[in-house]
Design a binder for this molecule. Structure first.
Ligand code: SF4
Length: 471
């Protein structure tokens, strides 16, 4: 009997993407191999999200599809993990008895054992634990990208935003020791990674557990000391804990990228109070102002919820006003949806679905206009792009490759014949689309992961300044 094949489907946030790499690593350590695309896997793992209402619909829809696959192939196994598994537990087996194993956000490591036990006992296995057993980062990992990696610095969250179910599913914040994090990063760089994203539900409160409120800015500065680490990003920060030492560390550390994803959620103080976000508009605007004065080229993105219970037309206008003032490089906008078990779900003044939809469309229209204008403002600039795995896929129509600029904007550019994923290429922006930048000029300079620098003939001829990657 050949090795069993597996496939992991991931829903939700970067933390889930990170966990799915650990699930894949744990399965491969147990002897599974990834299924080739198009082949029916022996094992399907669904790593679920619980943040929005449609999360349930998506899971049970997928399980419905898998039911017929399993009828055709009774040896196939199906496992469900992640936040919805942590929340729904045995209910998943009740609703979908063809599922073999259910595991939670705190015990990714038990999956291979549960699958074996399900076969031996011919019975579905559910194992959910309340507190973290093993830091996911201590598990083997199978990364999606060769050159970029997620590095989790904490799990869980101590905040109590009234719309959010995460703290009840991922528990109170637990911080990794700085030494463990830096060790993992050094090992990743040795294995060829040049870009890392530090992950936490609220990276700004990193260190709270071991009593060091400057721990996050210290960590950013320490990343600056790691040779070969070209790019450092982080998500998600929280405005209530975003302090000046972090802004200074970002501005003064050469490989911390000029990019910040700072969830706003609402531009109205009344709604922020109802959301229990512990900051108000002025504080948010003050942070943006200080970030921009320290890093004028920084791209700032955000998350916004419309239609939160009690949101009046004036409140919504406040959100539109703040969006116009900050001019985000991008904004992920969501219609508020009730999550059973959250305080907001029991609030009386729920907003009519039609009004929610109208506000969503109006906000999305304003955001898209600004995003495109801000992209057009990049035309003429020379930017450094990381040609990433996957995203480096060639656009068959234009022959362009893609990658991320230092400010995390997506760039489609004309490749050189020997451009490879992981290369850092300097390109001149010649055009902009609503959600990406375009370069139709030859690459000016390439820095390969082996460190060699190739200046393109054009750059030399044009006498264009080839700047060493500075801030
Ligand atoms: S900060 Fe708020 S929204 Fe974010 S994970 Fe914590 S409780 Fe949820």
């Amino acid at each position: 009997m050949g090795l069993k094949t597996y496939q992991v489907t991931t829903y939700g946030c970067q933390m889930n993407a990170h966990d799915s790499e650990r699930i894949a690593g744990t399965l491969e350590a147990a002897g599974y191999i990834p299924a080739n695309s198009g082949d029916e896997p022996d094992l399907v793992v669904i790593n679920t999200c619980a943040v929005r209402e449609n999360a349930d619909l998506r899971l049970y829809g997928k399980l419905g599809q898998l039911r017929s696959d399993k009828k055709r192939n009774p040896n196939m196994q199906i496992a469900v993990g992640g936040c919805l598994a942590q929340k729904d537990r045995n209910q998943i087996i009740t609703k979908a008895p063809w599922v073999d194993a259910v595991f939670g956000t705190h015990n990714l490591n038990v999956l291979p054992t549960l699958l074996e036990r399900a076969v031996a006992l011919e019975e579905a296995q559910v194992e959910i634990v309340e507190a973290l057993e093993v830091f996911p980062s201590d598990l083997p990992s199978k990364r999606e990208s060769q050159h970029s990696a997620w590095v989790s610095i904490s799990v869980g969250c101590n905040n109590t935003c009234t719309f959010c179910i995460v703290p009840s599913l991922r528990g109170k914040e637990k911080d990794r020791r700085p030494g463990d994090i830096l060790q993992e990063i050094s090992a990743l760089v040795t294995s060829g990674v040049i870009e890392i994203t530090l992950l936490g539900q609220n990276v700004n409160s990193y260190g709270a557990e071991f009593g060091d409120r400057f721990a996050f800015s210290k960590l950013l500065r320490a990343c600056g000391e790691i040779a070969g680490l070209e790019r450092v990003r982080f998500t998600s920060p929280h405005p209530k804990d975003f302090t000046d030492d972090v802004i200074e560390a970002m501005a003064e550390t050469h490989n911390v990228m000029p990019q910040l994803h700072m969830p706003l959620q609402s531009g109205s103080d009344d709604v922020l109070r109802l959301m229990r976000r512990s900051y108000r508009r002025d504080k948010y605007l003050g942070i943006i102002e200080r970030v921009r004065s320290a890093m004028p080229e920084a791209a700032i993105t955000t998350d916004i919820i419309v239609g939160f219970p009690g949101e009046t037309e004036e409140d919504f206008e406040q959100t539109l006003d703040l969006v116009s003032r900050v001019r985000f490089a991008n904004a992920f906008t969501f219609i508020y949806s009730k999550r059973p078990g959250t305080p907001a779900a029991d609030m009386t003044n729920q907003i009519d679905e039609e009004i929610k939809q109208q506000r969503y469309e109006e906000l999305a229209k304003l955001v898209n206009q600004i995003v495109w204008q801000e992209n057009l403002a990049q035309v003429g600039k020379v930017v450094e792009v990381l040609v990433a795995t996957g995203e480096g896929k060639k656009d068959l129509e234009t022959g362009r490759l893609s990658g991320r600029a230092r400010d995390n904007r997506l760039v489609h550019f004309q490749p050189h014949p020997n451009t490879n994923p992981g290369d850092l290429v300097d390109v001149e922006i010649t055009g902009a689309a609503p959600f990406h930048l375009i370069s139709d000029r030859p690459i000016l300079r390439t820095r390969t992961t082996s460190g060699s620098i190739q200046k393109s003939r054009n750059a030399v001829n044009l006498g264009m300044p080839i700047h060493l990657s500075s801030k």
